[in-house]
Design a protein around this ligand. Sequence first.
Ligand SMILES: O=P(O)(O)OC[C@H]1O[C@H](OP(=O)(O)OP(=O)(O)O)[C@H](O)[C@@H]1O
Ligand SMILES: Nc1ncnc2[nH]cnc12
Length: 202
Amino acid sequence: MVADEAPEAAKETGCGAADPRLQGISDAIRVVPHFPKPGIMFNDITPLLLRPGVFKDAVDMFVERYRGMGIAAVAGIEARGFIFGPAIALAIGAKFIPLRKPKKLPGDVFSESYALEYGTDCLEMHVGAIEPGERAVVVDDLVATGGTLSAAIKLLERAGADVVECACVIGLPKFKVPLFFFFFFCRGQPIYSLLSQFGKGY
Ligand SMILES: O=P(O)(O)OC[C@H]1O[C@H](OP(=O)(O)OP(=O)(O)O)[C@H](O)[C@@H]1O
Ligand SMILES: Nc1ncnc2[nH]cnc12
């Protein structure tokens, strides 16, 4: 069942309000109140994954945006960035870089800690995964406070990468700085999200 508070198609994030695929993507997001903590409205993308056509629409929209842009690497954030990132990377001919939670990667790593809507966490990336000057896109399912994306951008920039954009299915207004600024930019990098939750009372 998909709750009617599901995010709306983004109006101004560059993907075009009229794209008919966005309604199906929006309809396939389930909002679960009070998960994993009281007060959190959890946006669950798993119903979308059960609809292959809708899942493909979401991946295709990212691929259409990033194909031909000289993107060398798609960096996916554990865990839900691992669902969308590899498909996008393969389709645009880029490598996939997993940005993992602590102590999962066996080699030398860069580490960045960050604050979450419901806790704190850390991301790690293998040293040598990306070369200085390579163009990268960061992929995740959702941006809320932007803390996770900020940590991902910091990791890539520490390795000398050129982070072109961050790509998410859902943008939630959990902003710590003025709304307009933060929705479109995270550490100076643009955020492209297919859906947004503006005006829904979050
Ligand atoms: O914009 P932010 O406030 O940083 O929140 C967004 C992050 O939160 C969720 O992951 P979570 O940390 O819950 O990890 P999980 O995917 O491993 O459950 C989501 O998949 C993003 O990575
Ligand atoms: N409200 C939310 N729903 C799903 N994932 C999240 N990550 C951070 N906030 C979230």
